[in-house]
Every structure is written in structure tokens, then in C-alpha cells.
Design a protein around this ligand. Structure first.
Ligand code: 13P
Length: 292
């Protein structure tokens, strides 16, 4: 079932697990992410960035690809098709194309502009029953610029954004996109707890919080973050590493030179299998298996 992210994330928040939000890079990704979710009966968010849409052709192509795969593979679990890190224009474009969920990333804008644009989009997404994710910027001062420690969301900004009525909020708690440096200090759980409590005090609601940069964080930290309110975890790099590793091993073992293994439908399978295994592993650790 293709749906928005609202019910799946509220359920995840209430029942203390996280919905995996896997980035889609191409056809193989679409298939393996859906296959893993269906196999483990997990809800799943399939998310597309502007860069991935450009690579594949367009947001419309990405949307059609996922909808058609969903039908052809007889997928029964809840699936959201989500814009990842969109600007204002991309949010409107993907809503027009049929995406069921969008992230407007105004974190680099001045707060007032980020709030105003998110609020405008809230009106549009409400009319179309589309879920909306927002992000707020980082605290300045000492933390700023220390890449190894990741970004830290300003609490008053997070509260104001929650009051706009978004369905999910991306919070900086020391997380980083891509691979974590060896001297990374880990997630800042005290800060996560403070953000969640401040939002609850202001709105009376436990808002589903989103962890970006979900690749390469150890399982204990993931579980603790979920206990403290993370209900959506974004994963991209880990899938890329798994896919690449599968193909690399295959080629280094000269298996691509045997018979007709030069056929991409054959040699890409080495990457796809590892990608699917990674997805299954994340679904289990996030606790979303059997929650469809
Ligand atoms: P990673 O590539 O670090 O997993 O981050 C993905 C992400 O947060 C997409 O928004």
C-alpha cells in the first residue's frame, strides 16, 4: 500500500521502533528496498533526493519506477514515497508528481524564512494528505564547525518548527551524513531528550523525530536514539557501501569474466544481494520487522 508517512511514524513513535527511510539511487535500489521490507513485513520510506532524481532522469521517473515496482512485486506493506532534502520548488514539484511525503530542508535559511516556507508547504501538504518533514539549523558557538561532532539543533528553533505542525522533524544531535570520522564523539542523547521534552512541553505531543546520517552508527546508539524519540532513520551510504562491496568482490574474484556474467542483470546481482542483506539487517535493528 502506498501511503504517506503519518500513521507509520506515529505508530513507530508510540511503539518504540523506527521506520527505515532508505534512499533510492536506481532501479536495483528500488527492487531490493521493497523486497527487504516485504520479506520482513516492515513499513518503509523510499526517499529520493534531487541529485538521485537527476541521475535517474526526473522525480516523475523515480515516482513511476517505485509505483510500478510496488505493483509488479505485489508489495503489501505500507510504503511512502518521500522527497529527501528538497528545496521549496522541489517540494511543490514532487507534490505535483504524486509523492506521498516531502522533506523541505530550509535549515540553511534564516529561521523566519524556514518557518514561513515550511508553514506555506504545510497548507499544501494538508490539502493533499501528504506528510511533511522539516529541519532546523544548528547551534552556533563552540559546536559550530567541529565536523567530527556533527550538528546540534537549536532547541527553541526545533520547538517553533514543531508548532508549525510538521509531521516529523529532523534533529541535529551530533549526526553526520556519509561515513563517520574515527574521532566522532557519538550521538548526543542528552540533547535529543531535551529537544523531545521541549516539544512535548510546548505542543503536548510526542513528535516523531528523524535521524539523518543513519549509516555507520553502532546498534546500541541506534536503539537508545529510538527509545528517546527517533522514529525515522535515514540510510543511504550504508547501502552504497554494501552494493559496491558485493560488486567489488565479484570482480576481484574474476567472476565477471565467466560465461555471460558481463550481463548487468547478472553481475549487478552481486551488489543487489548485499544491499538487500544490509536493508534486512537495518530493519531488524530498527525494530520495524513485523510492524507493517
Ligand atoms: P547517510 O548517507 O549517512 O546514511 O545519510 C542519509 C541521509 O541522512 C539522507 O537524508
Amino acid at each position: 500500500m502506498i501511503t504517506n508517512s503519518v500513521v507509520m511514524l506515529q505508530k513507530a513513535r508510540a511503539e518504540h521502533y523506527a521506520v527505515p527511510a532508505f534512499n533510492v539511487n536506481n532501479l536495483e535500489w528500488g527492487k531490493e528496498l521493497l523486497r527487504a521490507a516485504e520479506k520482513l513485513q516492515s513499513p518503509v520510506i523510499l526517499q529520493v533526493t534531487g541529485g538521485a532524481a537527476q541521475y535517474m532522469g526526473s522525480f516523475r521517473l523515480a515516482y513511476d519506477l517505485l509505483v510500478d515496482l510496488h505493483e509488479a512485486m505485489h508489495i503489501t506493506v505500507p510504503v511512502a514515497i518521500h522527497l529527501d532534502h528538497g528545496n521549496y520548488h522541489q517540494a511543490l514539484e514532487t507534490i505535483g508528481v504524486g509523492f506521498t511525503s516531502v522533506m523541505f530542508d530550509g535549515a540553511k535559511l534564516p529561521l523566519a524564512e524556514n518557518l514561513a516556507k515550511t508553514n506555506d508547504l504545510r497548507t499544501v501538504t494538508s490539502q493533499h494528505q501528504i506528510s511533511l518533514e522539516a529541519e532546523v539549523g544548528t547551534i552556533g558557538g563552540e559546536e559550530d564547525g567541529l565536523i567530527a561532532n556533527g550538528e546540534i539543533a537549536a532547541i527553541p528553533d526545533a520547538v517553533q518548527m514543531a508548532q508549525v505542525g510538521v509531521d516529523m522533524l529532523a534533529v541535529g544531535i551530533g549526526n553526520i551524513h556519509g561515513q563517520y570520522p574515527a574521532d566522532w564523539k557519538g550521538l548526543n542523547f542528552a540533547h535529543l531528550q531535551k529537544i523531545d521534552e521541549a516539544i512535548f512541553a510546548a505542543t503536548g505531543k510526542r513528535l516523531p523525530l528523524v535521524l539523518h546520517g543513519g549509516s555507520g552508527i553502532d546498534d546500541d546508539q541506534i536503539r537508545r536514539a529510538i527509545e528517546l524519540g527517533i522514529a525515522k532513520i535515514n540510510v543511504n551510504t550504508e547501502g552504497q557501501l554494501a552494493f559496491h562491496d558485493g560488486i567489488r568482490k565479484y570482480v576481484l574474484a574474476d567472476k565477471d569474466l565467466e560465461g555471460k556474467n558481463f550481463d548487468p542483470r547478472i553481475f549487478l546481482t552481486a551488489g543487489s544481494d548485499q544491499l538487500e542483506a544490509m536493508c534486512e539487517d537495518r530493519i531488524r535493528v530498527f525494530g520495524s520487522a513485523g510492524k507493517a
